[in-house]
Design a protein around this ligand. Structure first.
Ligand code: NAD
Length: 280
């Protein structure tokens, strides 16, 4: 396992590419949008500089990462030599399936194809390829360089070999893994979406301010972040897509809070757009 391609250079893709590069992998980061790819490059190099200056990564890691990171809008060039592809595009099933079908044609038969989906079915994605045994979900957390966990989600046809190779990669990235049998929302998104949605409902009902809801969960329940600041970090558009999928698959208790819908319609997408439940 030497070459990793990351598809999608948004909030998650650039974090995954950074972590893979400082762990010694050769990394191609791909996005259809040239501007987003350019911004991802700038952000990754700034993070590399800061991490090196603060002593979080060694000189070797720093220099190697800079040498072994490539940015490419052409999926074929980006993925043709990959041993592992990690897809991190928008949380839309049709889009993910389209990309996996293309990857299935571009990549060697042994290449493992992983999705960073927060909620969706690797079984459904894998079934559209000729290699469902090599399709899996690797669910990273935001910000990737700080968060210790990868949820490894086994689809119905995912092989034991694929699971163990992906766990090995997790170890090389210095992450802990948990193994999950596929079910919508896995462990973390299923739990976190409910907490976040309830916090949004409370804000909408006027129970308390956003600041006080977050403060209560941090100081009273010992959460490291408040649910509303966390939703802002995730991106409210991404969170809404997660809620819509869980509502469709798990039912009423995941109905997205109307306030979330209103914020997304207004273009308040959280930290990435400068405004969400908080102003940035
Ligand atoms: P994002 O909107 O920040 O980035 C998505 C990127 O995909 C964009 O840059 C877009 O240009 C790119 N893209 C769209 N179509 C493409 C294509 N055909 N080929 C290549 N690139 C394409 O989204 P995100 O927050 O990084 O989320 C990505 C995935 O990760 C989603 O499945 C999401 O559920 C999951 N996830 C998100 C978080 C989070 O905190 N944001 C955490 C864990 C998992």
């Amino acid at each position: 396992m030497k070459n990793i391609t990351v598809v999608g250079a948004g909030v998650m893709g650039k974090g995954i590419a950074y972590s893979c590069a400082v762990s010694g992998f050769e990394v191609y980061l791909n996005d259809i949008n040239e501007e987003i790819l350019e911004k991802a490059k700038k952000d990754i190099f700034t993070l590399l500089d800061n991490s090196f200056q603060k002593g979080f990564i060694s000189e070797d890691q720093y220099q190697n990462a800079k040498k072994h990171l490539f940015f490419e809008t052409d999926l074929e060039i980006a993925a043709k030599d990959a041993d592992l592809v990690i897809e991190a595009v928008l949380e839309k099933m049709e889009l993910k399936i389209d990309i996996f079908k293309k990857l299935d044609k571009i990549c060697a038969p042994g290449t493992i194809l992983a999705t960073n989906t927060s909620t969706m079915s690797p079984t459904e994605i894998g079934a559209q390829t000729s290699r469902p045994d090599k399709v899996i979900a690797m669910h990273f957390f935001n910000p990737v360089h700080k968060m210790k966990l990868i949820e490894v989600i086994r689809g119905m046809e995912t092989s034991d070999d694929t699971v163990s190779i992906v766990k090995e990669v997790g170890k090389k990235l210095k992450k802990e893994t948990v193994e999950v049998n596929e079910f919508p929302g896995f462990i973390t998104s299923r739990m976190n979406c409910l907490i976040g949605n309830e916090a949004m409902n409370m804000l909408m009902e006027g129970v308390a301010s956003a600041e006080d809801i977050d403060k209560a969960l941090k100081l009273g329940l010992n959460h490291p972040m408040g649910p509303l600041e966390l939703a802002d970090l995730v991106g409210l558009d991404t969170r809404l897509r997660n809620m819509e999928y869980l509502y469709k698959t798990l039912g009423e208790k995941y109905r997205p809070c109307p306030l979330l819908l209103k914020y997304v319609k207004a273009g308040r997408l959280g930290k990435k757009s400068g405004k969400g439940f908080y102003q940035y």
